[in-house]
Design a protein. Structure first.
Length: 132
């Protein structure tokens, strides 16, 4: 079973809708996710999203998160039909893993997450992120 990160719309402590995103995709875009501030495990405001645990994305940070996703979507839309992403370093093989996606898969992942952000904005709700 592939690892996934869950993003849910949360309003009044109730999960309304969720989207699961593959771990290797989150790892690929994670540096840009440090540009948002989220509430980690309901306690501390920090940059980015925790790999393990939960974080809440709200208010203007939700707008920033959505903008980052839109920019990634624009980049991937320019790619070939098969897109090779650089994954984790494989110490036993002394090389980086290659993660292969069809372009339509990547665009669908981003579209699902963007729809979730749009709905959260309309509902004036937050996004709850749950790491692996």
């Amino acid at each position: 079973m592939a690892l996934e990160h869950c993003f849910s719309i949360i309003k009044n402590k109730e999960k309304i809708e969720k989207v699961n995103i593959p771990d290797d995709f989150i790892n690929y875009i994670k540096d840009s996710l440090f540009w948002i501030v989220s509430s980690w495990n309901g306690k501390t405001l920090k940059s980015g999203l925790p790999y393990y645990g939960e974080a809440l994305i709200s208010d203007e940070e939700l707008v920033k998160f959505k903008t980052i996703l839109e920019k990634w979507r624009g980049l991937f839309s320019l790619g070939t039909e098969e897109i090779n992403l650089t994954g984790d370093f494989l110490i036993d093989e002394m090389k980086y893993e290659k993660v292969i996606y069809k372009k339509c898969e990547l665009l669908n992942i981003l579209d699902e997450l963007l729809r979730l952000c749009d709905k959260a904005e309309c509902l004036k709700a937050d996004i709850l992120y749950e790491g692996i």
